[in-house]
Design a protein around this ligand. Structure first.
Ligand code: IPE
Ligand code: IPE
Ligand code: MG
Length: 250
């Protein structure tokens, strides 16, 4: 484990696919939904970890744009859990100076849920601690598609020339353009895929996979991931020599 107090090598932005709730429950002969309930406790543990480790941004994949394909009953229960949890945790998060934000298409959610999302964002808007981004009805392809539509509109209106389209301009139209891209991506539950999460934003993110099911994830498991991250050399296309001696090489 990394030495406590050594926060300098910590990632600034961690993005997590919280996977394995259903299998955690199945292993215990419980209904899948019990896995989602246990998963909320893991969210609280991880938020607390990020808060104490001074992580700036934590993005959690709560519901993908493909998760609507699940049985109706599971989707309905997930929505209820979402609303209930937000209701219950908002005060505590606000007191902890956490800023809440949501990414994904909200129109598909109930009026009540959309209201709740807007209220919690507004209420925590000025908080300066951890930024907690919840991805709900989020899909990376959709995020990029909507950005393209917006850019095409600007071109159509004559406000933008096609040759003016560059990476910065595209990034600015995507979700969370003002936040740094994830440094560390964690996926629990053993699957090694991205499942349409932050596709554009994770171009240079370090990936970490663990077989642990999300409800079993805790501060120690999080610390292991952060420690693993701290041992990696991020080269962004350069050579090791360039990264190690930036002044000597050109
Ligand atoms: C992740 O756990 C939670 C959501 C997708 C909402 P899963 O429900 O996907 O759990 P497994 O993968 O079936 O075990
Ligand atoms: C990804 O998990 C989405 C969330 C954790 C919210 P899934 O369990 O839905 O991913 P796939 O379908 O197995 O790739
Ligand atoms: Mg899953």
């Amino acid at each position: 484990m990394q030495q406590e107090g050594d926060l300098s090598k910590n990632p600034k932005h961690i993005a997590i696919i919280m996977d394995g709730n259903g299998r955690w429950a199945k292993k215990r002969f419980l209904p899948r939904f019990m896995g989602h309930i246990a998963g909320v406790k893991a969210v609280n543990r991880v938020v607390k970890y990020c808060d104490t480790q001074q992580i700036k941004v934590l993005t959690l994949f709560a519901f993908s744009s493909e998760n609507w394909r699940r049985p109706k009953d599971e989707v309905a229960k997930l929505m209820d859990l979402f609303v209930g949890t937000l209701d219950k945790e908002l005060n505590r998060l606000d007191k902890k100076n956490v800023r809440l934000r949501f990414i994904g298409e909200r129109a598909a959610f109930s009026e009540k849920m959309q209201q709740q999302m807007a209220t919690s964002e507004l209420r925590t808007e000025k908080n300066t601690g951890l930024t907690l981004v919840i991805a709900a009805n989020y899909g990376g392809h959709r995020d990029i598609t909507l950005a393209m539509q917006e850019i095409a509109q600007q071109v159509k209106a004559g406000d933008l020339q096609p040759e003016e389209i560059n990476e910065d301009l595209i990034a600015a139209q995507l979700s969370i353009p003002d936040l740094s891209e994830p440094d560390l991506f964690i996926r629990t539950g053993g699957e090694k895929r991205v499942s349409n999460f932050l596709l554009w934003q994770m171009a240079y993110t370090e990936f970490y996979f663990t077989d642990k099911f999300w409800p079993d994830f805790n501060a120690e498991a999080m610390q292991d991931a952060v420690h693993d991250f701290s041992t990696r050399q991020r080269r962004f296309g350069r050579t090791s020599e360039q990264v190690e001696n930036p002044s000597e090489t050109n």
